[in-house]
Design a binder for this molecule. Structure first.
Ligand SMILES: Cc1cc2nc3c(=O)[nH]c(=O)nc-3n(C[C@H](O)[C@H](O)[C@H](O)COP(=O)(O)O)c2cc1C
Length: 192
């Protein structure tokens, strides 16, 4: 099996991290992989904000303050999962570093969509490169990305939006791979 394919299959979303520093050269390597993602017209519309310490804590607080009311009341979350999810929501499993991937916003909606697509490709590169470095990641989406408090903490400019917050660190769990829907249900072969 090729190394890339191996990484694609074995990368998992990690939601529990060791309390262990990440050497900066490893962070630079995963950022380098992210920066080599494809983009429309090679526009490279992403930026990476790497945070630790109080910046990590503050963004976690934005999420937790929202999640502590949302999680217990979400009808689709089984009651027996609520406590575990609230624990995770406190600090995204304790990752020491976050990499926030942003993309540019344009007046042209299609350009903005393509910028998000490119930033998403960068995130996937980042997550795979992290796996190769022995690091775990999870792609955080939803409320916390768009909260005004998050934007302020990260000092985002008006023309930047967050594509993903990526907690990163040494994994302290080895999750069972969540099942994938059978490929045959996802593929249409036309003209074969
Ligand atoms: C756009 C996007 C948003 C996601 N948002 C969250 C999130 O907010 N919290 C979380 O724990 N995982 C989040 N995930 C991770 C998914 O839950 C995870 O990828 C999926 O369950 C499959 O598991 P795997 O990554 O281990 O293969 C997100 C993934 C993507 C691509």
């Amino acid at each position: 099996m090729g190394q890339v394919f191996d990484g694609i299959l074995k990368r998992r979303s990690i939601r529990k991290y060791k309390n262990q520093e990440i050497p900066q050269d490893k962070l630079k390597k995963v950022l380098e992989a992210a920066n080599w993602a494809p983009s429309n017209g090679n526009s490279q519309p992403w930026r990476f904000i790497v945070t630790k310490g109080e910046y990590v804590d503050k963004v976690c607080n934005v999420f937790y303050n929202w999640a502590k009311d949302y999680i217990p009341n979400a009808p689709y979350i089984p009651k027996e999962q609520v406590l575990g999810m609230l624990k995770y929501a406190e600090n995204f499993g304790g990752a020491p570093v976050h990499i926030i991937v942003t993309h540019e916003i344009f007046e042209d909606e299609m350009k903005t969509k393509e910028a998000l697509m490119a930033a998403s490709a960068a995130i996937q590169n980042l997550c795979l490169a992290a796996w190769e470095e022995g690091l775990g990641t999870v792609w955080i989406g939803g409320y916390v990305l768009h909260a005004e408090d998050t934007r302020e903490i990260l000092q985002l400019s008006e023309n930047q939006e967050i594509a993903g917050i990526i907690p990163i660190g040494y994994p302290d769990e080895n999750p069972v791979p969540p099942e994938r829907i059978d490929l045959n249900q996802k593929v249409e072969w036309l003209g074969f």
